[in-house]
Design a binder for this molecule. Structure first.
Ligand SMILES: *Cc1c(COP(=O)(O)O)cnc(C)c1O
Length: 378
């Protein structure tokens, strides 16, 4: 069996199923010519707020802006410290440095790929003001314990939920809550390949806090509430009306999309369960998993060899992320890290993400599985 054209993410295939609805939504916006702040933007904000069961959603330009606006709203002082995992996409940490604050990086857990409350607590100093937990690859950081630490030390929590929109956290008492709505602020991205992706750049911020909402709304709009009256320094960060129209269509399918990813993940994990040199993604009772990425660990230094083997068989794979942030040149002078960073370093050498999207058919999954098994002589 051979296959060509297997993709990490199949946006074209996904579009083909909803083409009519999407084309119609885009055309409506063009006909209306309200390209900026058209009705569809507030409609989408309301739709997403009810989906997440959160009081406020502020759409903005992209996920990185969302994080920056969230941090700006906390009104921190230069050199105040913000704790962030070292094993994440650069944006989670970049905005901290950009605002003249000090990123303090902490190690993640080898099994969940996410930050732990214990590592966070170890890194807290008198200057710590906020924590940015990231729900990496589609699964929650341990939010209940993180919120307890935050409460104990009076810290803000900004959830970076760019990779886990649609996932929920399950508290000890059984209560379920959407990721991104548990901390003081939640941020997400609608980058095309994210679980809820638009057709360009887009992002959003969530909060249940009235004061933070008012401030963040102003910051995203040049620091003004009333036109040409600027109360604070802000930025220009908007979700285009066309993108909002697309997202209104796609939000209806988000749960179905998450389910498709989940099912593909189950097939991979079942097929790989007897390969000693692979550690499949672990699932935890406190979180649903929406598999933004299906990321395995390949042991015994064989990750790159497997990647090359898959590539030769027309199967793409990606390394998210090859260098932990505490080793990135941009942060060497600025960031400090607390404690051992061995897990982040190990993961950067072992992780491999396999094709994961909503259009993976059984034949493609079977082909990918067969090549992985073949590589391990199974
Ligand atoms: C994608 C992503 C972002 C940034 O989103 P953009 O829309 O690309 O700016 C931030 N954090 C994480 C974890 C991401 O995966």
């Amino acid at each position: 069996m051979s296959m060509d054209n297997i993709q990490m993410v199949d946006l074209k295939g996904q579009y083909s199923h909803i083409k009519e609805e999407i084309d119609c939504a885009i055309k409506d916006v063009i006909d209306s010519t309200s390209f900026i702040n058209g009705d569809k933007v507030s409609v989408f904000a309301n739709n997403l707020a009810s989906y997440l069961d959160v009081k406020y959603v502020i759409p903005c330009g992209n996920g990185t802006d969302a994080l920056q606006i969230a941090l700006m709203a906390l009104q921190l002082k230069p050199d105040d410290e913000v704790i962030v995992p070292s094993f994440t996409f650069v944006a989670s940490c970049e905005v901290i440095g950009l605002l003249g604050l000090k990123p303090v990086m902490v190690d993640v857990d080898l099994n969940s790929y996410n930050v732990t409350a214990k590592n966070i607590e170890m890194a807290i100093s008198g200057k710590t003001k906020a924590i940015i937990p990231v729900h990496l690859f589609g699964q929650a950081s341990p939010m209940e314990a993180i919120m307890e630490v935050a409460k104990k030390y009076d810290l803000y929590v900004i959830e970076d939920n760019a990779q886990a929109l649609g996932a929920y956290y399950k508290f000890d008492n059984g209560k379920k809550q959407a990721l991104g709505t548990i901390g003081h602020i939640g941020c997400t991205s609608f980058f095309p390949s994210k679980n809820l992706g638009c057709y360009g750049d887009g992002g959003a911020i969530f909060t249940n806090d009235d004061t933070l909402y008012e401030r963040m709304k102003m910051i995203a709009n040049h620091g003004s509430k009333e036109k040409y009256h600027h109360k604070i320094i802000g930025l220009n960060s908007r979700l285009d009306t066309i993108q909002a129209a697309i997202l209104n269509v796609k939000l209806k399918y988000l749960d179905e999309y998450c389910k498709k990813r989940y099912e593909a993940a189950q097939r991979y994990s079942y097929a790989f369960k007897d390969i000693e040199e692979i550690i499949t993604p672990k699932e935890f009772t406190y979180s649903s998993h929406v598999y933004h990425q299906y990321t395995i660990r390949v042991l015994n230094n064989r990750r790159d060899e497997l990647k090359e083997y898959l590539h030769k068989n027309n199967i793409p794979s990606m390394i998210y992320y090859p260098i932990p942030l505490h080793k990135q040149e941009a942060f060497l002078h600025l960031a400090q890290h607390k404690g051992e960073m061995t897990n982040s370093e190990t993961l950067s050498l072992e992780v491999l993400s396999l094709p994961m999207h909503t259009e993976l058919d059984l034949g493609t999954i079977a082909y990918i599985i067969s090549k992985v098994l073949q590589f391990f002589n199974k």
